[in-house]
Structures are given as structure tokens and as C-alpha cells.
Write a protein that binds this ligand. Sequence first.
Ligand code: TXA
Ligand code: MG
Length: 345
Amino acid sequence: MAKASNTVTFELRKDTIYLNVKSSQPPRPPRIFDTSKLSEARDRLRSGDVVAIPTETVYGLAASIESEAGLKKIFSLKERPFFDPLIVHVESFKSAQRLTTNWSPLVDFLTRTFWPGPFTVVVPKATQVNSLITSGLETVAIRMPAHPLALEIIKLCGAPLAAPSANKFGRTSPSRAEHVRSEFPGVDLVVIDGGPCEVGVESTVALVSDDTVKIFRPGAITREMIESALKKWSHPVTVETLESEASPGHLKHHYQPKIPLALLAGAWNTNTKSKIERELGASFKNPTELHLDSDPAIAARELYSEMRRLAESGADLLYVIRPQDASGLWSAVLDRLERAASVQT
Ligand code: TXA
Ligand code: MG
């Protein structure tokens, strides 16, 4: 099979989104969304409540950056520690620029290349950005999501939205509206349904200064895509991929499904099973494979849905055979698998 390209392009039109993931699969048809709950979402956000919003990556639990009550509610609903900073979602370049003291020419170039899209820039924060958002750091993370409903809700709210993924802290991110509902049962939460997320894994997070790009979290805007874009940039730029410790909140154990996940170096067999059982101190009656598509765009899109589906299917252990390719979008898939895994062989 031809090697799949990782190029992701977005084309936004009124009420529809086309995400053309260049892959072996035919592009999805345009989607039409239910907009009936948007005014309730606006009212709730303006009155300091939270709303679950779709983005092209995963669903977010959003609050207006101007509402301290809303920001606090994000942390309490998610049971998220305050040391884990939030991403601010904007619908215009102007409002992004207001959040920082240094919108450098390089930040401008990269965001104009990749926004709207799954690319989060970490830049020095402006004084008015609430330190609840930044966990007291001097930097703030900003992105413009490529989902028409997300952009519309930010516009309606009249202020940027801080939004982490809409899951309990440390758990698998939601890539469908029903995942969000099952994460917060019994909570009076408006969930805006924007359909299944096209990308499926969280955005690339990168610290961008005048001449360096440090990737904290790999995502669908890959290192290779950033390097390729930089060929058109006038000055030399260093691109680095950093270990998770550089980004508070990007923890070693994260994205975990409800049953243990084993990341395997090779095929499943009885030796592997015994080894995993020894390491986890448990025995498994119904180990089940989470099969990854050979196209990384599809593997990423399906990853969290499959984790959730299989965890509810009666399986007591999930195992995934480690993809051989660690480049491009595979690096994001691998990153999430390594953090979701309870055991690796
Ligand atoms: O795709 C996404 O980014 C989704 C959607 C909803 O936009 N959001 C998301 O948010 O994944 P969350 O909170 O689950 O992950 C945000 C991560 C934090 O855990 C942290 O690692 C990093 O972004 N981050 C935020 N602010 C930062 C900062 N100032 N410096 C370094 N890392 C930061
Ligand atoms: Mg998250």
C-alpha cells in the first residue's frame, strides 16, 4: 500500500466543514449541524457557566475567559488540578494578539499557515489573562479551532473561550458528543453536537518564540509540516520536540481508558499475556485488540472512539500493536498510546 500522507487541509464554508485528510479513504461529505442550542450556549457562557463544544480535534469544556466562575467550574467538573493550564480558543487573529505581549513575526507566520486548525501556540501572556487559565505561568496557549460551530460559539459569546478536553482529568478525550454526555452523567451541561471529530487527537502544542519552535505535544500539525512551512520563512528557525515535562499537565499517564491498555512491541501470544498479567498483577479473560488503521489520519480519528467502545464491550484488557512508523501523525498517535498504556512490552 502507498504510504499515506499526513497533510491535513481545512476548508471552511457556512454551516459545513470539509476536512480533507489526504489518505487512502475518500473525503467525507459536507456536514450540516444542528444550531438550535447556540443561543442557550451563548447565554450560559455569558452568565459564567460552561458549555461543551465541538472542535475538529476533540470536544472541549468551554468557559468565557472573562468569567472567573466559569473558569473555576471547568476545573471542578473535570476534577482537574490547577497546575494544568488551559488553551484559549479564539475566532480572530486580533483577539489572539490581545492575549500576548509578543505576537512575533514567526508566530504570525505559523498561525496564518495553520489556523484555523489543530495548532496551539504558547506565547508570553498579557497581564489581563487570568492566571487560572495559565496556572500562574508567564505564557498562554492559544488556538483557532477549525470547526464552524466552535467559531460561531466564540463569536456569540463575545470573548475567547478557555477549553480543555471535555473529559474527567487523566481520562480519554471525547471525540463525539455522546462521549461527553457519558463523561458527565447527571450534570446540567449543554453539549453542542458537531458530529464526530475529524482529527480525533488533541492539537499540537508548541512554544513559539522569535526563532525557535518547541513542540510540547505532538498533534495533527506535525513537526514535518512545520518544518516544511518554515522553508518559506526568511530566517533560520530551530524546531525541537520536547519531553512532556516541559508542558505542565502533559503527564506520563493520561488519556487512560476504563480498562488497562497494553502497548505491544510484537504480536499477541500466550507469553505476552502471561507477562502482562504478571506486571499488572491480574488475570484477563477477555483481552481484545484495538486495531489501528494503516492510515495514521484514520488511526488518529478512530483512536479514542475505539478505546471507549471496546472498554464498554466486555473486554477486560485492550492491547494495541505498536505502529512501526513514528513519523508525521503517527508520533501523535504513539504519544497518546504511550500515555494511555498501563503496560508496554
Ligand atoms: O485539541 C485541543 O487542544 C483540545 C481542544 C478542546 O481544543 N484541548 C485540549 O486541552 O486538549 P487540554 O487542556 O486537554 O490540554 C491542554 C494542554 C495542557 O495540558 C498543557 O499541557 C498545554 O496544553 N498548555 C496549556 N497552556 C500551556 C502553557 N502556558 N505552557 C505549556 N503548555 C501549556
Ligand atoms: Mg485533555
